[in-house]
Ligand binder design. Structure first.
Ligand code: C2E
Ligand code: MG
Ligand code: MG
Length: 348
């Protein structure tokens, strides 16, 4: 599609202008209204832009169906917050040197009255496009802070969307939520993805700095999956780098994944940032990560996202935690068969 992109010089700044086209074809004589035709062409254009910029798409009835489903989901999501359909689960984060749970990550769940449980991947994007992520995100922060008393010795992480960074009072909101719930700011870690820094980099870094000033920690989530991550590591002093689960999945059988993970762990260590590997599903992965010097892990092997009360049970069951991790991770040389760790009650 190179010929549909034109480079333009705007007073020395390079601008790239792209073209996408949506087409609809009149199939039933003159009975379709002009407005309907325009709407159909627009839907096709929307698809062309979304799926493959720089292409031509023809309208298909299925596009209209998808739009209706989206509209329904959007109006359902508006009700979800008010009618108590949202819920937080918490996934344990394990320190590899002590084998202990040191923190949890709060993950949002939507219990839809008729569709059942909808995973965040299917509604966070919609919430971001409609702006609903702002009140939803505030609910997440407040709720996570309220639960922080369930496990007073743990840190807790909350995912914050780039859209929330555009709302002017994020920092105030976080400060107030912590104060109202009487929670030490040092226990809260805000996870952001690399995408957050692409636009308005200066403003975003200013907000991140203010958050750090009130004592909150900042983690870069899904490291390595976005753009220019290395550049951002230079520009902001993150407390933690989270290695994306796609790299973890390749550990032990993809030499590239092994090298990338080793490089990220070393990079983190030299910049004074903790490393956390996500998506650890086997003892073998945990062992390799520990060998490579990774500080912290989370994944189904150690516990799925679960209710706050299940985290309390895990903590009370200290014997299980230390024995399993000691056999599995700390004492990896003991060549005994280890049964997979108990995995809580979560759904994913
Ligand atoms: P994330 O922040 O990178 O969270 C990790 C995701 O990996 C979670 O998916 C978790 O359930 C899943 N996971 C954990 N361990 C394993 C494992 O061993 N194997 C595999 N295959 N998966 C594992 P989940 O809960 O579906 O969340 C997906 C994404 O949705 C999150 O990715 C995060 O980007 C977003 N999200 C979740 N909650 C929130 C929220 O409150 N606010 C915002 N803005 N985004 C959220
Ligand atoms: Mg996360
Ligand atoms: Mg992640």
């Amino acid at each position: 599609a190179s010929d549909v992109y034109k480079r333009q010089d705007l007073n020395g700044n390079e601008a790239i202008v792209g073209t996408s086209v949506g087409i609809t074809v009149l199939t039933d004589g003159s009975h379709t209204k002009a407005a309907t035709l325009l709407q159909q062409a627009d839907l096709a254009l929307y698809r062309a832009k979304n799926e493959c910029r720089g292409t031509i798409q023809f309208y298909a009835e299925e596009m209209n169906q998808q739009l209706l489903i989206r509209k329904k989901l959007e109006s359902d999501l508006r009700i979800a917050l008010a009618s108590d359909q949202l819920e937080l689960e918490f996934q344990p984060q394990i320190d590899l040197s002590s084998g202990k749970i040191v923190g949890v990550e709060a993950l949002l769940r939507w219990n839809h009255p008729t569709e059942g449980r909808i995973p965040p991947d299917q509604f966070i994007g919609l919430a971001e496009e409609t702006g609903l992520i702002v009140p939803i995100g505030e609910w997440v922060i407040r709720n996570a802070c309220a639960h922080a008393h369930d496990w007073p010795d743990l840190k807790f992480a909350v995912n914050v969307s780039p859209v929330q960074f555009r709302s002017p009072d994020l920092v105030d909101f976080v400060r107030r939520a912590l104060a109202d719930e009487n929670v030490d700011p040092g226990r809260l870690e805000i996870e952001i993805t690399e995408g957050i820094l692409i636009q308005n980099t200066e403003e975003t870094i200013a907000i991140l700095t203010q958050l750090k000033d009130i004592g909150v920690r900042i983690a870069m989530d899904d490291f390595g999956t976005g753009y220019s991550s290395l550049n951002y590591l230079r520009r902001f002093d993150f407390d933690k780098i989270k290695i994306d689960q796609s790299f973890t999945a390749g550990l032990g059988h993809s030499p590239e994944a092994d090298s990338i993970i080793q490089a990220v762990i070393n990079l983190g260590a030299s910049l004074g940032m903790t490393s956390n590997a996500e998506g650890v599903e086997t003892m073998e992965q945990a062992r390799i990560l520990k060998d490579k010097g990774c500080k912290e892990v989370q994944g189904y092997y150690f516990g799925r996202p679960m209710a706050s009360s299940s985290i309390q049970e895990l903590l009370a069951d200290q014997e299980w935690i230390s024995v399993e991790t000691e056999t599995a991770v700390i004492d990896a040389s003991a060549n005994t068969a280890v049964s997979p760790a108990k995995t809580g009650t979560g759904s994913r």
